[in-house]
Ligand binder design. Structure first.
Ligand code: PGA
Length: 251
């Protein structure tokens, strides 16, 4: 059964006390949600332990925004998948375009990170998406297909039960410029086809594919009404509990 998910990527925002307050508001308002929608929050690493306490007993699930590409050892400043699991994370986001763009995250590195995440018992929200030049040159389908093949094709059908894909066109992230529902749907459908070619129809049907990039209460209804859009990865609008919940109520 395909799961509907709305995930909040807080990025490098909020202090720990602010993050705890935001998490408390999300938990409080999440009581209005139908049970078929999973709410996920992805605060910065420093907030995870405190936010995990707030989420206890609620329906809201914890995610990290990244994990290390090594299991443990002399990697100053890095956070391992095991550490994330031990603090109560269910998910980690991997391959966000900001990590690909500013921190040199390659598909090869993502494969290593994903293996470690699965070994630690984490699920992965894998981000893919083209930049503006790639879209303008009409290469958006090829770019996204290549990201899916390079990373997901290294895994098994069993692993796919622990994968969520987030399609995030880079030109739509934090820009206020959302992909139209049609632009998003055609890429989502393409991702499902590429997954089907390798893993079969059942895995493809069950895969949750989120849209991300300036998703907000005013456009979520139209986006989520598309047959291959199963929720959202929300940046800016996830920093306001009311907006985040309004998006989750848009199914
Ligand atoms: P945005 O970010 O909603 O602020 O555009 C989405 C994301 O980067 O995950």
């Amino acid at each position: 059964m395909r799961k509907y998910i709305v995930a909040g990527n807080w990025k490098m925002n909020t202090t720990v006390p602010e993050g705890v307050e935001l998490a408390k508001s999300v938990v409080e308002k999440s009581k209005e949600l139908p049970s078929n929608v999973e709410l996920v929050v992805a605060p910065p690493f420093t907030h995870l332990a405190s936010v995990a306490e707030v989420l206890k007993g609620s329906k809201v699930v914890l995610s990290a925004q990244n994990c290390a590409d090594h299991a443990k050892g002399a990697y100053t400043g890095e956070i391992s998948a095991d550490m994330l699991a031990s603090v109560g994370c269910t998910y980690t986001i991997l391959g966000h375009s900001e990590r690909r763009q500013y921190y040199g995250e390659t598909d090869e590195k993502l494969v290593e990170k994903m293996k470690l995440a699965f070994a630690a018992g984490l699920k992965v929200i894998l981000c893919v998406g083209e930049n503006l030049t790639e879209r303008e040159e009409g290469r958006h389908f090829d770019v996204v297909k290549e990201q899916i093949v390079n990373v997901l094709y290294q895994f098994t059908a069993e692993d796919m039960a622990n994968v969520v894909v987030a399609y995030e066109p880079v030109w739509a992230i934090g820009t206020g410029k959302t992909a139209t529902a049609e632009q998003a749907e055609e890429i989502h459908a393409c991702i499902r086809t590429v997954v089907c070619e390798k893993f079969g129809a059942e895995v493809a049907e069950d895969l949750t594919i989120l849209y991300g990039g300036s998703c907000k209460p005013s456009n979520a209804v139209e986006l989520f009404a598309q047959k291959d859009i199963d929720g959202g990865l929300i940046g800016g609008a996830a920093l306001k509990a009311d907006d985040f919940i309004a998006i989750a109520l848009s199914f």
